[in-house]
Design a protein around this ligand. Structure first.
Ligand code: ASP
Ligand code: MG
Length: 484
């Protein structure tokens, strides 16, 4: 049994829908042809590309009193989805039924935006209802396109099966409840050879209030469904040939990776690689379900297989490099900090109170400073909170520095095989050093699958290229001279 997730660009145009229909039909045929003990396919889809952004923008503008914009968006959404209908759906009854679904959703959209205008305020809860409409338009459409192409398919709204907590904008699934609702709904369908087409990204609380799992989280939905159904593989169909050694826009000779471990891909996703939502591996890990990242527009490419570390060959140490910009390096420093317990705890609880996401922490062994990286947007509030927390220490000069270094980037060098490989840090430093790139801070994650550097954002691309070069990541593993 397969769970196949199609991203925004995979359902972004008439041509893309045609590709998806062929891919799903082929997989269905393959599943029945081969002697799989549990044949069947379940599909998870994103909104058509650009739609989620349009919905969010419309809701934001509505809150500022702009009623024209959401009306325009309503129209473009109708046209966008209807153009796919026009291309694929000949059956009159199907067309009419889809038309009714679209109109219902679009009416809901303009009603919501209209109340947001009246309230003059947009809550996260309200935003989740609006932003989740894109998947609730694309999924019934994809189900109809599949049927029109001879694949039995049925639309399933994830708000009925994915149960989450009530953290709007980034809800977490409640697995027991989700399993309880998903299994009886999806399994009989899949077993009968019907493809459920499930909305990605959205869920609902136990009380039925709509939520979303966070931007880009359709991947996560696929992994949740895959884990619940105990799928043989979770396939993430996107518009690139799997996970690459680096962003090809930065490194022109980056190559796609055959295999990665869950841990490695999680590190890459966390540090800005756009290919998978960072949470995606979580549901898959426990049941050891392989994830495969594939290209809708080049379906014969094997893509990247993501499996348990014990199942990946450990040859090669560094697998990939990613960078994340728009960061600020905050430092809390002073001689008075040496040996004083609790400074780190107080620092991070002050940061946590501000709700800031700490991406990297580094403390020098002399204990004279702690530095950590937060997104630029949260830096001012974090720094103010720290100055308030350590007011006394600052007055007494136990701490004499609390400030931020703006406009930095984190470069994450990722690979499970880096564990205990001597000389690796030296190679990284040699690479950046030979390009005169100053390393502002460095940290090694506890998993040892990642060494992170902080550099000036302006040098981030050079740093990625230099490290990519020194480890010869453009070559297949077997041809690399240098492994450390
Ligand atoms: N449509 C949602 C987004 O744009 C979820 C996804 O595409 O994965 O964030
Ligand atoms: Mg995505």
């Amino acid at each position: 049994m397969l769970v196949m997730k199609f991203g925004g660009t995979s359902v972004g145009s008439v041509e893309a829908f045609a590709q998806v229909a062929t891919i799903v039909a082929d997989k269905m045929a393959e599943q029945t042809r081969t002697t799989t003990t549990r044949p069947g396919v379940a599909v998870v889809t994103s909104a058509m590309s650009g739609v989620t952004n349009m919905l969010i923008e419309a809701a934001r503008r509505a809150a500022q009193g702009d009623e024209e914009f959401y009306q325009e968006i309503e129209n473009s959404l109708r046209v966008k989805h209807q153009s796919v209908v026009g291309q694929f759906i000949d059956d009159g009854a199907e067309r009419a039924a889809l038309g009714r679904v679209f109109e219902q959703r679009l009416q809901e959209f303009s009603r919501l935006c209209s109340s947001i205008t009246v309230l003059g305020e947009l809550t996260n809860r309200g935003l989740d209802v609006v932003s989740g409409l894109g998947e609730r338009l694309s999924a019934p459409l994809l189900a109809a396109v599949l049927r029109a192409n001879g694949v039995p398919a049925e639309y399933v709204d994830a708000t009925e099966i994915v149960v989450t907590d009530n953290v709007f904008g980034g809800a977490a699934p409640l697995l027991a409840e989700t399993t309880e609702r998903t299994l009886p709904r999806l399994l009989p369908m899949v077993e009968k050879g019907i493809v459920p087409v499930v909305t990605g990204f959205v869920g609902a609380t136990v009380d039925g209030i709509p939520t979303t799992l966070g931007r880009g989280a359709s991947d996560y939905t696929a992994a949740i469904i895959g884990a619940v159904l105990d799928a043989d593989e979770i396939q993430i169909w996107t518009d690139v040939n799997g996970v690459m050694t680096a962003d090809p826009r930065i490194v022109s000779n980056a190559r796609s990776l055959n295999q990665l471990s869950y841990e490695e891909v999680a590190e890459l996703a966390y540090y800005g690689a756009k290919v998978l939502h960072p949470q995606t591996v979580t549901p898959a890990v426990e049941k050891k379900i392989p994830i495969r990242v594939l290209n809708t527009f080049e379906p014969s490419h094997p893509g990247t297989r993501i499996v348990d570390r014990r199942d990946t060959p450990s040859s090669g140490t560094v697998k990939a490099i990613t960078s994340i910009r728009g960061m600020n390096l905050v430092t809390v420093g002073g001689r008075g900090m040496i040996g004083v317990p609790g400074i780190a705890a107080r620092t991070f609880s002050a940061v946590a109170t501000m709700g800031a996401n700490v991406l990297m922490i580094s403390q020098s062994s002399s204990e004279q400073s702690i530095c950590f990286v937060v997104p630029e947007a949260s830096a001012p509030t974090v720094i103010n909170a720290l100055r308030a927390e350590f007011k006394t220490e600052l007055e007494r000069h136990y701490i004499d520095q609390i400030d931020g270094h703006a406009d930095v980037a984190i470069i994450a060098v990722v690979g499970s095989g880096m564990r205990g490989t001597p000389g690796l840090a030296a190679s990284i430093f040699q690479a950046v050093g030979s390009h005169s790139i100053n390393v502002i801070a460095i940290a090694q994650g506890s998993s040892e699958a990642n060494v992170s550097l902080v550099v000036e954002a302006a040098r981030a691309a050079d740093a990625v290229r230099a490290i990519h070069d020194i480890f010869e990541l453009h070559k297949p593993t077997s041809e690399r001279i240098k492994t450390a």
